[in-house]
Ligand binder design. Structure first.
Ligand code: ATP
Ligand code: SF4
Ligand code: MG
Length: 370
């Protein structure tokens, strides 16, 4: 969206883990853990939009919620404006809550049907002690900011269309002048015809209010035009991180290639040339994720090393990182020059396992499940 993408990091996550315990029996003993976010490191610069993509269950929402501290990290750090906020208690977090807000996917479920729009949008202001008279004025301004009318103040959510409800959700997120907005699939529940209006609104707001966005989506089509950079997640891991256009031109990780192949191309000539890769089966369970590269049971380039060794996040230059033993769209000479990113590579991965073989030569059909 914005072109101010050379700024300082606003938020950084370092080796972030979020595991959910699964408890059983009378004593509620922990019997297993969902590895929803598993050792993820990246930074989001002030004013940029980072698109965060991956299939359902990959950990996108958990990551977003942990960043804004709706969830407490299991391990690792969340650094906001240079300050580690990962272990702050509710009181210390309170002033920070103003600065980081979320917009949720489902505009139906996220608005209380019994509350009027004015009190929904005004709730964060009330919590933060803004006087009633001032609240009303601020809420009416916010309604205008998101393209609704100040007269909507006394209406109930059910009187609005899906797109309008999402605007109410955005107004509520903006109430306290945040710097960071984590938008969790903000257009997925909307009709295709109004998705672009919503994207345009978010874009305009970003420019006007100098916002930083983490924009979560499950498909790469939605985030293409709004993202400066894109992070791809698979089963709790960051598998590729790249400037947006570069990712669409030159996906390196086979999972990204598969996600991209599902994005419709408007040009029919190009669309013919491109192969649609059908990913078989669902994302495996994050309770007991596959060994080595977590994508290996579904990857058509998989070899023995993929089953055994978790690939390190390798730096391909220009801010393009990917975790794969058999990277795509790189030749042998390029591979000889690349370096492993110590900062981004999870502890469980093998930093010595620098990729050596380009992917296409090793191509194997996708193994069938079952
Ligand atoms: N509170 C919770 N308790 C236990 N498991 C959870 C909890 N929240 C999420 N999970 C699990 O963590 C994993 C990641 O979930 P998450 O919602 O973050 O994925 P997602 O990428 O946002 O998926 P979607 O596209 O469906 O929204 C899933 O296996 C999910 O079932
Ligand atoms: S080639 Fe191997 S390392 Fe790369 S994505 Fe496929 S299974 Fe993972
Ligand atoms: Mg989600």
């Amino acid at each position: 969206m914005s072109s101010r993408n050379g700024g300082e990091p606003l938020v950084e996550i370092r080796n972030l883990k979020k595991y959910f315990p699964i408890r059983k029996g009378l004593l509620q003993r922990e019997v297993a853990r969902v590895h929803a976010v598993d050792d993820v490191t990246f930074a989001v610069r002030e004013g940029e939009t980072l698109g965060l993509v991956g299939e359902s269950g990959c950990g996108k929402s958990t990551l977003g919620r942990t960043i804004v501290r709706l969830l407490e990290p299991t391990e690792g750090a969340v650094i906001f404006e240079g300050r580690d906020i990962s272990s702050l208690g509710p009181r210390a977090l309170r002033p920070l809550r103003r600065r980081m807000q979320m917009v949720f996917q489902d505009p139906y479920a996220s608005l209380n049907p019994r509350k009027r729009v004015g009190s929904i949008i005004g709730a964060p202001l009330k919590i933060h002690g803004v006087a009633k008279s001032e609240r009303r004025q601020r809420v009416q301004e916010l309604l205008e900011t998101v393209g609704l009318s100040p007269e909507h103040y006394n209406r109930f959510p059910h009187e609005f269309s899906g797109g309008q409800r999402q605007r109410i959700g955005v107004a509520r997120a903006l109430a306290l002048n945040p710097q960071l907005i984590v938008a969790d699939e903000p257009v997925s529940a909307l009709d295709v015809s109004i998705q672009s209006q919503m994207l345009n609104l978010l874009d305009d707001l970003q420019k006007e209010l100098q916002l930083t966005y983490i924009f979560i989506a499950h498909d790469l089509g939605v985030v293409r035009h709004v993202s400066n950079r894109i992070a791809v997640m698979y089963l709790g891991k960051l598998v590729e991180l790249s400037p947006a256009e570069e990712l669409y031109q030159r996906p390196i990780m086979p999972y990204t290639e598969a996600l991209l192949s599902a994005v419709p191309i408007p040009d029919p000539d190009l669309s013919h040339q491109r192969e649609r890769i059908v990913l078989e089966g669902d994302v495996p369970s994050p309770i007991n994720p596959p060994s080595g590269c977590r994508f290996h049971p579904r990857c058509r380039y998989m070899t023995d090393i993929c089953r055994e060794v978790e690939p390190p996040l390798t730096d391909y230059g220009h801010g393009h990182l990917a975790a794969c033993h058999h990277p795509l769209n790189v030749d042998k000479e390029t591979l000889a020059r690349v370096t492993v990113s110590e900062r981004h590579t999870p502890a469980a991965a093998d930093e010595r396992a620098k990729p050596r073989d380009p992917g296409k030569e090793e191509a194997k059909p996708i193994p069938r499940s079952g």
